[in-house]
Write a new protein. Structure first.
Lengths: 161, 161
């Protein structure tokens, strides 16, 4: 099937300058402050966004070093299928994170609960809506035994270019 | 900034053959059955996915007719910034939906709670993990007064090519 081409609409500014030590999810980056710079040509699309307490950031894992269909996730010692983990070694290295929106000044969004590397290219912003995005889950597979490691798990650079 | 190129990893098969009448979110497509066909070259990445009751599908809004930085969402009569709505007229037409995973046979995923059009190109699959994806929300902006319309709202073709 044909290629799909996207262009970054902005850039994520974060205190994390390299993968090593970066929290692996917003839950591990609680209260970490950062900003999202939306390029001025897209700023008009930010109207009404400040009404939402949480937003979904869709971004490109620009430091991912390539595709592995199986990989060891940060919270486990076994290889798992890439579609059963959230790490960056994906066929299309797209990341999603739900962050807290603190405020917007023109084209700059102030956010909290950050788990992205500084300089990450932003692809999209969506409002987080509980009626769409909260599901009652019956099972979480291999994570069942590992989720307790989340608060202390950090990136160790394993997926880095 | 440079272009980012992705390739579909599969295709979504759904009973909805055109935008008009399609539910606008999985919550509106409750119990609707469909399948996700993952192209055989990526099937290895599906290992361990069957352990999860819900998955996040990331897909390309292939029928979106172009970018509007402001658009009227299905559930409101006012124009909203595109980053404050979930419709397809986005600078990068990426969609996300959380669906229920019923089972996997080789490279075919059986899913429920579908809101995608038949033939939608799939970009990524991620496990849905409450600890990552469920946030306690303080406000939902313009949707506060409109969310009650969700169960009965359908696509009316407004964003179609």
């Amino acid at each position: 099937m044909h290629e799909i081409k996207y262009k970054p609409i902005g850039i994520i500014h974060s205190p994390f300058k390299e993968p090593k030590g970066t929290p692996i999810q917003p839950a591990g980056g609680k209260d970490i402050d950062g900003t999202v710079e939306v390029f001025p040509e897209y700023a008009e699309g930010l109207k009404d966004v400040e009404g939402f307490s949480h937003i979904i950031l869709i971004f490109h894992f620009h430091l991912s070093r390539g595709v592995s269909l199986k990989a060891k996730p940060y919270m486990d010692n076994e290889e798992r299928g890439v579609f059963a983990i959230r790490g960056p070694s994906r066929p299309n290295p797209i990341g999603i994170s739900i962050v807290r929106l603190v405020g917007i000044e023109e084209n700059i969004l102030h956010i909290k609960d950050l788990d992205m590397i500084d300089g990450t290219p932003l692809l999209d912003i969506k409002p987080y809506i509980p009626e769409f995005d909260i599901q009652e889950v019956a099972k979480i597979g291999w994570l069942e035994k590992n989720i307790h490691k989340l608060p202390t798990s950090k990136d160790d650079g394993r997926f880095m270019k």
